[in-house]
Design a protein around this ligand. Structure first.
Ligand code: NAD
Length: 293
């Protein structure tokens, strides 16, 4: 069994990005610039955005954090998006989700110019991805693809089972791994909350991707020997013995499943760090105008 080290991989990729940034600045150009919009006080969102800003600093990107109170109106937020769309000093930006209930997330996502949508959530980027055209891939699927490439995990001809059908993880990773690409060419099944006999599907999986949001949901009896397990879940579970009172757990019961797996990602330290790196890769592409020349 190989435990995939997402933290180490992310560090390696950050080094590569930092070298690219040096090349850009040595040519007298400004470094890539990512902006993040954070609304309200959601603790998980604050951690994610802090990590993103910190990662920008590590690789030599410029970053701008725009924080507003949860009471901000949709119009005000759309105004911020409009300003960022027009600001030629900013290559790409993200609006951290979830947004407060009174704000329509779809309207905000649609307002972001596809050229600056480094989260890859805009339907134009999603559509381009679905057709195999150049696009900003959504960060988590992009991180999984990069991880598979670097660990030489091929999906070609394999049974791939994805649990979860969200627009940001389950559906895009299922599409990508079924496409004629590396590491695609898999035979992909998407399972979700209405799937009957989930275990029958998961037992067939050569590659199992869990993006559910339920701690330790996938257990050893649901997987076959030699399976590759990619655990996307980030769940808080009570841990009174820790200072914070909770710890992070994936969607997979790591202790039970790992002995049967050929490769497995831990939580934390698996897909999470790769997601942040993907955002940096997209911002670098935006700076170079690779996707939208
Ligand atoms: P989501 O809530 O949008 O989707 C969850 C999916 O799980 C749904 O499609 C649903 O049909 C499916 N599901 C729910 N219960 C099920 C059941 N009993 N059986 C089968 N399927 C079931 O979630 P999401 O945004 O895709 O995120 C999933 C998890 O991944 C969460 O824990 C989230 O925190 C985590 N996440 C991690 C990263 C990262 O960087 N590692 C990024 C995004 C999301």
């Amino acid at each position: 069994m190989t435990e995939i080290n997402g933290t180490l991989l992310a560090q390696e990729i950050k080094k590569e990005i930092a070298e690219e940034v040096l090349k850009i600045t040595n040519e007298g150009k400004r470094p890539p610039h990512l902006a993040a919009v954070l609304i309200g006080e959601d603790p998980a969102s604050q951690v994610y955005v802090r990590n993103k800003v910190k990662s920008c600093e590590e690789v030599g990107f410029q970053s701008t954090l725009i924080r507003r109170d949860a009471a901000i109106s949709e119009e005000e937020l759309l105004g911020i998006v409009d300003d960022l769309n027009r600001n030629s000093e900013i290559d790409g930006f993200i609006v951290q989700l979830p947004l407060p209930r009174h704000i329509n997330e779809d309207r905000v996502t649609l307002a972001i110019k596809p050229e600056k949508d480094v989260d890859g959530f805009h339907p134009v980027n999603f559509g381009r991805m679905a057709q195999g055209l150049p696009c900003y891939l959504p960060a988590t699927p992009c991180g999984i693809i990069e991880m598979m490439k670097r660990y030489n995990i091929s999906a070609e001809g394999k049974e791939v089972v994805v649990i979860g059908r969200s627009n940001i993880v389950g559906t895009p990773i299922a599409l990508l791994l079924s496409q004629k690409s590396n590491p695609g060419n898999g035979t992909v099944t998407i399972c979700h909350s209405r799937t009957q006999n989930l275990r029958e599907h998961t037992l067939k999986a050569d590659i199992l991707i869990a993006a559910i949001g339920r701690a330790n949901f996938v257990t050893a009896d649901m997987v076959k020997e030699g399976v590759v397990v990619i655990d996307v879940g980030i769940n808080r579970v009570d841990a009174p013995e820790t200072k914070r009172g909770y710890k992070l757990a994936g969607d997979v019961d790591f202790a039970g499943v790992a002995p049967k797996a050929s490769f497995i990602t831990p939580v934390p330290g698996g897909v999470g760090p790769m997601t942040v790196v993907s955002l940096l890769l997209n911002t670098l592409k935006a700076n170079r105008k690779e996707i939208y020349p």
